[in-house]
Design a protein around this ligand. Structure first.
Ligand code: UDP
Length: 353
């Protein structure tokens, strides 16, 4: 196993902060959530997971509200006292009914919650996060967020929601604790090394493996401003700043991800987003039409490989959550072993479809 960084765990890497001893998610908050029981059973073999519910708050120009949009958000935002069915009818009355099949993020939002909630919660944040007009982003990005007509303010709908007590890096350590696995850090795998191995499972960016010969795939990267404070900085793990005028997208206060621990001091990370240049860490695939054209050229190259498979978020260029990556990897390894046993060609991509 090669990793170009000086640590394992990729963007899930966690360490204890030197000043506060808070467990920090080095590359931004990772809250494990899944509906997939097989994934849950697999991952919980390697760590103790503590139940954690993400209750996000959003600072908007009109005040602080609960996210995802729920009955509290709707009633406070519109100064009303609606019950669930009334709120549903009200949102339907302000939503844009003329949109049948939303073709982009903005249309999805207008159809979903109407103009005012879209402007307050989604437009500015999305512009900052993606650097692209929401009209040019896929509707699927917004579908990640629920809207509820009750007072449930849980950010996710998933059956299992938790954070590993000792962080994510400890999980990866246990996963690779096997005498048949050799770890080499600070080593960026290069295409020319592939024939030293029977088979390569490549999880880095697909364009980088081919030296960007078919063009660069668009990614957003995020970067952080770290601050240490006394006591409690913001009273919550995640607070989003939805106004386009505020330069950062959100502030994460990591000690609130481990309410079972107690710490006198606190460490917070202000999160900024920008287009990823070649040397930046890729986080979010942008997946515009131009990216898709480039991707299909790399996929054509990949399909010609005899001994490389492309696994996970970067190698298949998709916006996947941790649980989806794990689920695909489990199914992919079954498929790969099956093919290997029968002498069939190795499956190339971890994607289920
Ligand atoms: N989003 C938004 N306002 C928010 C939170 C999210 O407009 O306060 C939009 C934004 O486009 C974001 C998407 O919803 O990229 C998905 O949000 P999620 O919290 O799932 O993103 P992640 O945690 O993966 O960055």
């Amino acid at each position: 196993m090669f990793d170009e960084r000086d640590h394992i765990g990729g963007n899930c890497h966690t360490t204890r902060d030197g000043d506060t001893s808070v467990m920090v998610h080095h590359y931004g908050p990772h809250i494990f959530h899944t509906d997939d029981q097989q994934v849950w059973e697999f991952i919980t073999q390697f760590a103790e997971f503590m139940p954690f519910t993400n209750r996000v708050k959003a600072v908007t120009p009109r005040g602080v509200f609960s996210l995802p949009i729920n009955l509290m958000t709707i009633n406070q935002f519109f100064g009303k006292n609606l019950r669930p069915n009334e709120a549903l009818a009200f949102i339907q009355s302000v939503a844009d009914q003329s949109i049948d099949e939303p073709e982009n993020f903005e249309e999805q939002a207008l159809k979903f919650v109407g103009h005012d909630l879209y402007e307050a919660f989604f437009k500015g944040y999305t512009l900052k996060q993606w650097g692209i007009d929401p009209k040019d982003l896929p509707a699927s990005i917004l579908k990640r967020l629920p809207i509820r007509f009750n007072y449930d303010d849980n950010y996710y709908n998933s059956t299992y929601q938790a954070i590993p007590r000792e962080g994510y890096t400890a999980i990866i350590q246990r996963l690779i604790d096997n005498h048949r696995i050799t770890l080499k850090l600070n080593h960026k795998f290069s295409y020319s090394e592939k024939d030293q191995f029977n088979h390569v499972f490549y999880t880095g960016p697909i364009d980088a493996l081919y030296g960007f010969s078919e063009g660069e795939l668009g990614y957003r990267t995020v970067y952080f401003e770290r601050e240490v404070h006394a006591d409690d900085y913001q009273g919550n793990a995640v607070i989003n700043y939805t106004d386009a005028e505020v330069p950062f997208t959100r502030i994460a206060e990591h000690k609130h991800f481990t309410p079972w621990e107690s710490h006198d001091k606190t460490v917070v990370f202000k999160e900024y987003s920008k287009f990823a240049e070649k040397d930046d860490i890729p986080y979010y695939p942008i997946s515009q039409a131009s990216d898709k054209a480039i991707l299909s050229r790399y996929q054509a190259l990949a399909r010609q490989e005899q001994n490389i498979s492309f696994v996970g978020r970067l190698a298949t260029y998709r916006y996947l959550d941790m649980d989806k990556v794990i689920g695909e990897a489990l199914r992919f390894s079954d498929r790969w072993i099956e093919a290997h046993k029968s002498g069939a060609p190795s499956p190339v991509f971890s994607s289920d479809d």
